[in-house]
Design a protein around this ligand. Structure first.
Ligand SMILES: Cc1cc2nc3c(=O)[nH]c(=O)nc-3n(C[C@H](O)[C@H](O)[C@H](O)COP(=O)(O)OP(=O)(O)OC[C@H]3O[C@@H](n4cnc5c(N)ncnc54)[C@H](O)[C@@H]3O)c2cc1C
Length: 485
């Protein structure tokens, strides 16, 4: 893509985009606006467009497609792979559009594409409702849903994408689709956790909500030399029975510079279930339970935020298994070998019955997973890149070694991870997503991130695609409709 094409697109955009909605490299706002969560992806887009005006967006897409300018779409900007920015291209940045509206009659939440989990939690809690989501409140709800969405309620209520009821999607050819189980169900299937993006731009998400749960949550901490034994005990317990109202997420972390195992947990069943599950776990692992007690759900949702504050460089590698297979001694070894105290090993366990119950109409590929392990490294200086990346890769390889059915969670993996997303070996999913590509994004305007695997395997653009591209309208981008605030 030439700089000339990007410059031509910018000139076109200037004629239709209201003041303040287009952030260019010359703007004092540019450096802040171009940043994404993971500072490893330090890209310089040709332009950043911030609007919800559908006419303007439509024309921006048509212009980008005609001129061959790459497009990246940003929700919360959190993906560790930096998928929501692009060098020299157009970033459509929804991160400033964060409104959430709740309709008490239908018990549905309507969510703007830049909303964060905290926005959703705060708005819905006011009505005594919630949508299961992730564990750090600044994460974007749109990207989270596209990859699945694992959080504190996963044991009993499944993933975030399992509660999606509809979406409004703008395609590259300018069509706007209302997507749901009944309308464009193939696309809806992909939006629900397929991990390959939206094949268009999501302008709004709609979720069914649940009653706000009463939760009992907290952390039971152990010194690192007890960690492997405690994790073995947890595996033993889960082999006997996996709870449906207790989400367990043990983390090997450093607290005040000291390595430890923090068994973080959230019970979201009724009082009887909570008493039974906590007693059962407590009996098995022992430890100090003084931190575990009743919590307000929205506050617990933000409880771990301080450990993940930007700006930082980051590298993540995730591994999922259909068995409780990953070795606790290796996980503990990984933390011991970590180059700095900001590295952690995060473990998540899943109830496959719960995940399977939501499988229909969803492309989420990890519903048979019983556990996932995420090696996460954060560091501030470019000079430390190699050390941290090497740590993540080496210990993930060791962890995965000898396990043949390992997959990776697309939301926790960059595009290079061949175990993740569409490149993760699921032929049926790949074929389904390829068909979607043909139908909804044949020119692959949105083929970034884990969809790159699909693109590579299809090879170069076909003459028919070139022809279709030439036929795209390239006229004026002038719009009469004002931008949304
Ligand atoms: C600190 C931290 C904590 C996390 N915790 C969890 C967790 O607890 N559980 C979990 O499951 N995941 C978690 N994640 C992973 C998270 O789900 C993914 O990073 C997710 O992609 C974030 O979504 P986003 O909108 O913020 O990201 P972005 O980087 O903005 O977007 C991610 C992808 O979605 C696409 N996208 C975003 N918005 C749109 C749109 N409107 N239209 C079309 N495509 C769009 C982007 O193009 C990109 O490909 C966490 C990530 C971080 C950094």
């Amino acid at each position: 893509m030439s700089g000339e094409a990007a410059r031509a697109l910018v000139e076109q955009l200037k004629t239709v985009v209201p003041d303040g909605c287009l952030v260019l490299p010359s703007s004092p706002r540019y450096d802040a606006a171009r940043q994404v969560y993971n500072r490893m992806h330090d890209h310089r887009p040709a332009a950043i467009l911030r609007t919800l005006d559908e006419a303007v967006l439509r024309k921006a897409l048509t212009g980008a497609a005609t001129l061959g300018v790459p497009v990246a779409v940003r929700g919360g900007g959190h993906h560790i792979g930096g998928f929501s920015t692009v060098d020299g291209g157009l970033v459509i940045d929804f991160s400033v559009f964060r409104d959430v509206a709740y309709d008490p009659e239908t018990r549905t939440a309507r969510v703007r594409p830049g909303a964060r989990l905290g926005d959703l939690d705060a708005r819905l809690a006011a009505y005594g409702r919630c949508v299961p989501s992730g564990t750090v409140s600044d994460t974007g709800i749109t990207g989270l849903t596209l990859g699945g969405g694992i959080g504190w309620l996963v044991a009993g209520h499944g993933l975030t994408c399992d509660h999606l009821s509809g979406a409004r999607v703008l395609l590259a050819d300018g069509r706007i689709l209302e997507v749901s189980r009944d309308h464009h169900p193939d696309l809806f299937h992909a939006l629900r956790g397929g991990g390959a993006g939206a094949f268009g731009i999501i302008l709004e998400l709609r979720f069914r909500t649940l009653p706000l749960p009463r939760i009992t949550a907290g952390s039971v901490r152990f010194p690192l030399d007890r960690a492997a034994d405690v994790l073995h005990r947890i595996h033993g317990l889960l082999e006997e029975r996996t709870p449906t109202s207790l989400t367990l997420a043990p983390a090997l972390v450093h607290r005040d510079g000291v390595p430890e195992l923090s068994v973080d947990l959230c019970c979201h069943g009724d009082a009887r279930e909570t008493a039974m599950e906590t007693a059962r776990l407590r009996k098995r692992i022992g430890g100090d339970w003084s931190d575990v007690g009743e919590r307000e759900y929205p506050r617990w949702q933000a409880h771990f935020d301080s450990s993940f504050l930007p700006p930082m460089r980051g590298y993540w590698k995730s591994s999922h298994s259909t068995r409780l297979a990953f070795d606790p001694d290796l996980m503990t070894g990984a933390l011991r070998a970590a180059p700095t105290a900001r590295c952690s090993v995060l473990v998540e366990y899943f109830n496959t019955d719960t995940l399977r119950a939501h499988a229909e109409g969803s492309a989420y590929p990890l519903r048979e997973s019983r556990m996932g392990v995420l090696l996460s490294a954060r560091w501030p200086d470019r000079a430390e890149d190699d050390t941290h990346v090497r740590w993540g890769r080496t210990w993930t390889e060791r962890l995965r070694s000898g396990h043949d059915s390992v997959r990776a969670y697309s939301n926790y993996s960059d595009a290079s991870d061949s175990h993740a997303g569409v490149a993760g070996g699921d032929r049926r999913l790949r074929d389904a997503l390829r068909r979607l590509e043909e139908t909804y994004d044949p020119d692959r305007l949105f083929a970034r991130g884990h969809r790159a695997g699909l693109t590579e395997s299809r090879g170069a653009r076909t003459p028919a695609e070139d022809d279709r591209r030439k036929r795209l309208p390239s006229g004026s981008l002038r719009s009469s409709t004002p931008a949304a605030p």
